[in-house]
Each structure stands twice: as structure tokens, then as C-alpha cells.
Ligand binder design. Structure first.
Ligand code: AMP
Ligand code: MG
Length: 412
């Protein structure tokens, strides 16, 4: 007789029913309070729990317990050399992870003050006697974030121990921005006993990862994310920045302003890797319409990106497919207009990335669009580029990794 696979328990949480007094949660809704208590019990019994954060849904486990943290890797199928971000609920929880003699730089203090709670992850020297090496993948540093989502913060505060929490998806797939995405991917597999449903994630893609530990004092953005590079620069150099930080530290973006050493650059776990990530089960093609594609962009660097006209693009895409096709683009895109024009909707399913003046909207809808078009059964998803400014930088970072191929379209 086959053994029954344990089902995934889904508990609703209302983020608006949680407020904080000195980092302690106060609930106005008993269903939410009970859901968090159940989740804390699961966590302390060393199980994994999926929960909402403002970036994407996370798959959490006790960060300081190697047995619990190992379950994250097995549930996701994540390579064990990919380090995890540790989530805390208050700045006071931070010191438990770091060497007793360590004091953060003025730049770090400024960033924590300005962006925590929020979608910013900072690298710190790890205290090896308390942070298990499975969390850091053997690095001397630990990545830490204080999330803003009330459910995430309440869960960590009530557990009383930091939680390791990568995105709650099978490794390599798009990150989930709704509880339904998590359930479809990990639910009913026996890998996820409990999921807290706290609605839609407001940021929609992962945190910005910053390394400010270099001897030169520069802040290196290893992964662009929910806190924009423009916001980091403004916080460090703006009128609110502390006087002691003149001149302000430089903010450098990985692959734009610096590369890591060749061993780190080629590691499959480095944010700049060419290793597929964020990819749905159907192929994705990135469409360049305004900017020149980077030299190594197409087909893992196998050649120059081909350029076609608008009509030729639609003709080729339609004749090369037997089923429906997906298109994601910003509202003012001529591609979107064409895919919605008479007759076309029979072949094209479109997904709006919002107005081009609102890159945060494109970022918030990127994974949602990939996952929803995949679920609707399209054969291929075409995604139009967005300008690499503000949240557009993180959008392009993710879609370049998700897309197996790219095309350049001459719109004129
Ligand atoms: P996620 O996949 O969202 O859980 O984010 C984890 C990512 O943060 C890793 O894939 C690394 O890119 C980065 N990261 C985490 N810990 C470290 C660390 N100690 N050193 C460098 N990067 C790290
Ligand atoms: Mg992830």
C-alpha cells in the first residue's frame, strides 16, 4: 500500500492585523495570531514553513540549527554551496550572529537605519561558533536581512531565533509572489508541511544584496533587488547622511562596475552566474527594443543577438508555434498593442508590466507574469526589456537569467 503524502496546511494571515511595540507583535485578529503560533511550533520542531515577506514568499527554518536549515535545501533541491540569507526581526537579534568584537561601519549603520526593515541584505562577518556552515556555505560572511512584512517579522520575533529563508520555490524556478504559487510548486509533495498565506508580495522580487566589507570601504551590490541603487546612493550621499561619511562611499554594481575574482565569478552560486535561474517550465525569450543587448547575452554567449522587424517577429513567432504564446510588456509597448489587436488574442496571451514610468510595478509583476502565463499553458513567453533604472535594474538582472534566448526587435 502506498504511504500517504502529508498534505500542506495553509493558514491565512492578515498582515494589517499585526502592529509592533518595540519589535514585539500585537494582534487584532485571533486567526492570524493562532496561525503564527502554529508556524512557530512547526519551526521549533525543526520543520520548514513557507511565509510571506515583502519581497517574495520565503521557505523558513531555524537559521542556527543545521538540522533544520538542511531541510530547506532538500525541500527546494537547492545546491548546498548556495548560501542562505538569515532573517532577523530586530536590530538586537543581529549581534547574536556576529563576532563579539565586530562593530558595523558608519555606512552600514546608515543603511540599516534607512532601509531596515526592508528589502536590503547586508553581508557581515559571521560568528562561526553560532552560524552553521550550511548557512554560509563555508564563507566567512553571513548575509542578514530584517524584513518589513508584518507576518515575517512577527514569525521571527515569536520564534525568538533568526530564520534562514530563501524563496519558497523549487530551485531554478521563478520566485513565488502569492501563496498559490508556493502551493502549486511545493504543496502536496511532502516537502512543505505549512504555508502561511498573507496575500500578494508588494516588492515581487528578491532583496538587494550588498557587501560593504571590503578594505576600500566601497559598497558592492552583489545582486540588485527591492532597494534601488539610486536609493542607496541617495542615503549615503544625501543631505540626511552623517557628516563623518564625506566623501560618501562608492556604490558599485556587480558586472556593471566590478567583477569578482575568477574563482568566485565562475562559482555556480554567484549572483552573476550564467547558471539558469528564475525560469518557468516554458522557454522565455527576452526582447530588446531600445538598448543594445550585452555581448554575452544570447544563448549563453553563443553569438550575436539577431535583429528582426516588428512584423517579422510576429510572423515568425506565430508560425513557429502550434499553441498560444505569452507576451509581457509595459503598457505603452507597441508589441503589447499588436498582440492585443484584432485577431491576435486567439494566439497571444498578454500580461501587463504596468506603465513605463513605474519600474517598481514591472519588478512586482515579473515573476507573477511568468508563473501565470506558464499556468495558462502558453508555449513560449516573450518578455520585453525595461529601462535599467531604479527597479528596472533588478528586473533585467532576473529576466536575463530566466531567458534562454534573446532577440532584438527594430520597432521603427
Ligand atoms: P536567495 O537565493 O534569495 O536565498 O539569496 C541568497 C543569495 O544571497 C545567494 O545566492 C548569494 O548570491 C547571496 N549570499 C548569501 N549569503 C552570502 C554570503 N555569505 N556571501 C555572498 N553572497 C551571499
Ligand atoms: Mg531564490
Amino acid at each position: 500500500m502506498a504511504t500517504a503524502i502529508p498534505r500542506t496546511l495553509v493558514l491565512k494571515c492578515d498582515p494589517e492585523s499585526i502592529t509592533f511595540s518595540q519589535d514585539e507583535p500585537i494582534y487584532s485578529d485571533s486567526e492570524t495570531e493562532n496561525a503564527i503560533k502554529t508556524a512557530v511550533q512547526h519551526l521549533t520542531e525543526r520543520h520548514v514553513v513557507a511565509f510571506p515577506t515583502e519581497t517574495v514568499y520565503g521557505l523558513g527554518a531555524l537559521a542556527l540549527d543545521a538540522t533544520a536549515a538542511t531541510k530547506i535545501f532538500s525541500a527546494k533541491g537547492r545546491p548546498s554551496d548556495n548560501p542562505l540569507i538569515v532573517h532577523i526581526s530586530s536590530p538586537s537579534m543581529l549581534s547574536s550572529l556576529l563576532p563579539p568584537s565586530y562593530t558595523p561601519s558608519l555606512a552600514y549603520k546608515t543603511l540599516m537605519h534607512r532601509f531596515w526593515p526592508g528589502p536590503l541584505t547586508l553581508l557581515f562577518p559571521a560568528n562561526p561558533s553560532c552560524v552553521p556552515s550550511i548557512i554560509t556555505a563555508g564563507h566567512p560572511t553571513v548575509a542578514v536581512r530584517l524584513p518589513a512584512h508584518p507576518v515575517a517579522r512577527a514569525l521571527i520575533a515569536t520564534t525568538g531565533i533568526p530564520l534562514a529563508a530563501p524563496s519558497a520555490n523549487t530551485s531554478g524556478k521563478p520566485s513565488p509572489t502569492r501563496a498559490a504559487h508556493v502551493l502549486r510548486d511545493l504543496g502536496g509533495t511532502g516537502r512543505l508541511p505549512l504555508l502561511l498565506d498573507g496575500g500578494v508580495c508588494a516588492v515581487g522580487l528578491e532583496s538587494t544584496v550588498v557587501d560593504g566589507l571590503g578594505a576600500d570601504g566601497a559598497l558592492r551590490v552583489l545582486r540588485p533587488g527591492g532597494v534601488t541603487v539610486e536609493a542607496l546612493v541617495a542615503a549615503l550621499g544625501g543631505s540626511d547622511a552623517p557628516d563623518g561619511m564625506q566623501p560618501p562611499p562608492r556604490v558599485l554594481v556587480h558586472r556593471r562596475d566590478f567583477v569578482l575574482n575568477s574563482r568566485e565569478e565562475n562559482a555556480p552560486t554567484t549572483p552573476g552566474m550564467k547558471y539558469r535561474h528564475y525560469a518557468p517550465g516554458v522557454p522565455v525569450t527576452l526582447l530588446y527594443t531600445a538598448s543594445a543587448p550585452p555581448d554575452d547575452d544570447d544563448d549563453a554567449g553563443r553569438g550575436a543577438v539577431r535583429c528582426v522587424g516588428l512584423d517579422a517577429f510576429f510572423r515568425e513567432a506565430e508560425s513557429g508555434a502550434s499553441g498560444r504564446l505569452g507576451l509581457m510588456a509595459q503598457d505603452d509597448s507597441p508589441l503589447l498593442a499588436r498582440a492585443r489587436s484584432e485577431g491576435a488574442p486567439a494566439r497571444w496571451l498578454t500580461f501587463s508590466l504596468g506603465e513605463s514610468t513605474e519600474p517598481a510595478r514591472a519588478a512586482q509583476r515579473l515573476f507573477e507574469g511568468l508563473l501565470s502565463l506558464e499556468e495558462q499553458g502558453v508555449e513560449r513567453i516573450y518578455v520585453q526589456e525595461v529601462a535599467e533604472e531604479q527597479e528596472g535594474l533588478a528586473f533585467m538582472n532576473r529576466i536575463r537569467k530566466a531567458a534562454a534566448t534573446s532577440l532584438r526587435i527594430a520597432l521603427m
